[in-house]
Write a protein that binds this ligand. Structure first.
Ligand code: BG6
Ligand code: MG
Length: 219
């Protein structure tokens, strides 16, 4: 049986339903710049850093800009995003998350966040989730974006656990790739067809409890 001592969770799309707010803020920026940014276009931004997301958005709109303009637009998008997330309620914590985190911790499994977001601390505090994690490694603490494993390897280090004894929960393909590159067991959250490289894929955390989680590790 695989020995697991820690679980590392992506934030957006795994713990909280924030993807819609990222989209609303990016769409608002696109509107301001005079073009339409669809939900389909937005798929390309999943798991992607703020700066890179802006580059993709400008590519969609066929817009070239100076570094200064880009910095201003990224700042504006973030101000709108923060405005949305500060209004979030606990109903936007994804189903089953707090129960599963409590169960893991009660069974001696350490927990961490491994996210690209620079707003992770704000979101976790706002929703009363900070106390469920032993470490929070976010976009303010690492420089390489997923699929680089840096964020997960740093989280494993903060939990003082070898990467081979960590499980990562991720909803994006690049995140699964990062976990695998880091030598971790990867549980995909979402759709098997897009998360084909995950060791196991589930629809959401609500589908599992501690017992089911242990059985997934031996698949
Ligand atoms: C990731 C999201 O978790 O964080 C991306 O999936 C987002 O959509 C990225 O762009 C950076 O987030 P933030 O909050 O620092 O702009
Ligand atoms: Mg995500």
């Amino acid at each position: 049986m695989r020995e697991i001592k820690a679980c590392i969770f992506d934030l957006d799309g795994v713990i909280v339903d924030t993807a819609k707010y990222h989209y609303l803020a990016w769409r608002r920026l696109a509107e301001m710049l005079g073009f339409e940014f669809t939900e389909k276009d937005n798929e390309r931004l999943k798991c992607v850093s703020r700066v890179r997301s802006l580059e993709i958005l400008l590519e969609v709109g066929g817009i070239t800009a100076t570094q200064e303009q880009k910095e201003q637009w990224a700042r504006e998008k973030n101000e709108w995003y923060v405005e949305y997330i500060t209004k979030m309620g606990t109903d936007e914590i994804l189903p089953g998350v707090t129960t599963f985190l409590s169960e893991l911790r009660a069974n001696g499994i350490k927990t961490a966040i491994g996210s690209a977001s620079k707003n992770a601390v704000l979101i976790l505090d706002r929703l009363g989730l900070t106390c469920y994690f032993d470490a929070i490694i976010d976009g303010t603490k690492v420089s390489a974006a997923k699929p680089d494993p840096e964020v997960f390897v740093t989280a494993a280090g903060a939990l003082d656990t070898p990467t081979s004894q960590c499980v990562v929960f991720e909803d994006a393909e690049a995140g699964i790739e990062a976990a695998k590159k880091g030598g971790m067991f990867a549980i995909g959250i979402g759709d098997c067809s897009t998360l084909a490289d995950a060791d196991v894929v589930i629809g959401g955390i609500a589908e599992i409890n501690y017992e089911k989680f242990l059985s997934l590790l031996n698949k």
